[in-house]
Design a protein around this ligand. Sequence first.
Ligand code: AHG
Ligand code: MN
Ligand code: MN
Ligand code: MN
Length: 337
Amino acid sequence: MPQQVTVTEHILLHQKMVPGATGQFTRLFNELVLSAKIISRAVNKAGLVDVLGFTGAVNVQGEEVKKLDEYANRILIHRLARSGVLCAMASEENADIIEVPESLPRGDYIIIFDPLDGSSNIDVNVNIGTIFSIFKRKSSPDATLMSEDVLQKGSEQVAAGYILYGSSTMLVFTCGDGVHGFTLDPSVGEFILSHPNIRIPEQGKIYSVNEGYERYWDRATKKALAYFKSPKNALRKPYSGRYIGSLVADFHRNLLYGGIFMYPADLRDPKKPTGKLRLTCECNPMSFLVEQAGGMSIDGVNRIMDIDPEHLHQRVPFFCGSRNDVQIVQDIFVSEA
Ligand code: AHG
Ligand code: MN
Ligand code: MN
Ligand code: MN
C-alpha cells in the first residue's frame, strides 16, 4: 500500500520544524479541517436537503446571500472560535471584525475567510470553495486588538489556502514552504496528501476572465486580452479561454495547468471601480499561494501582497497566475501608465 500522509500528520511534521512552535497553529488548522468536512458534506447533499437558494438577506457586499453562504459562515465562525487560539476573525459575509467571545480561550491568530466562494454556482452543481488567510496579531496579547492587527499586508500572512468542493474535495494551502494539496477520502474522512509541492507552469495556455464586460475595462486590460488571443503572442497561437465564475475553481485549474486569472477594474459599474474581488479574503490568500508555487499576482502594476489594506472589504483589480503571463500584463500596464 502506498504511504498515505494525512493533513494532520503533515501539519505536525511542519510544526516540529518550527523552533518555538506551541501547537496553536495545529489547533487552528484542525478546526479548519473539521469545518471543511462539515461544509463539504452539506455541499454534497445540497440537492437533497433544503440548502439551495437565497436566505432573503443582502450582505455587506451588496449581494443576495445564499443559504449555503450563511451555513458555511456559521460553521466556520462556530468551529474556529473554539480553536482557542484566535483573537479575531473576519468574513466576506460580515461587515465588521468578529471578536472571539470572552467566555472562550483566545490566542494570537487572526483568520480572514470567504466562507463560500462562487455563490452563483451553488444551485447548478458547479464547483465552489472556501478561502482562508491567517495572520498573527502585531500588538501585544493583552492590549486591545487594533484594526492594524487585522488589516495587515498579504506579505505578513503566516498561512493561506482554500478548500475546493469539486469532483473531489481538496484542501490546498501554504504555510510559506511551498503549496501542498490534499484530497478528502470520504470513506475514511481524512484529507490525504495527493499534490505535494505544487508548482505553477511558468508559461500558461489559458486566460480566465469574465469577457462579457470587456467594453468596460481600461485600455491596458483590453490590450492584455488582445495579446492572449493573438496568434503572434509567445505561444504563437491564441490561449484557450476558461472561466467558471468561482475564483477557487478557476484558480485551482490555472495553478495545475498554468494560465492567468483576471478580474480587472470595471469603469462602468460604480460598485466595481477597482474590480470585484476582495483584497483580504480573496486576493491575498490566492497571491500567497501563487507566489509560493512560483507564479505572480498584481493589481496591474503593484504586487498584491504589498498593498496596505485600508478597510476589510476593499476591492482590487486582480491579475494572478503563471509568471510569464502576469509579467506580460504588468509590462502593458507600466507602458500604458
Ligand atoms: P463570492 O461567491 O464569494 O461572492 O465570490 C464571487 C466571485 C468569485 O468567485 C468569482 O471569481 C467572481 O465573483 C465572478 O464574478 P462575475 O460573475 O462578475 O464574473
Ligand atoms: Mn459573495
Ligand atoms: Mn468569493
Ligand atoms: Mn463568498
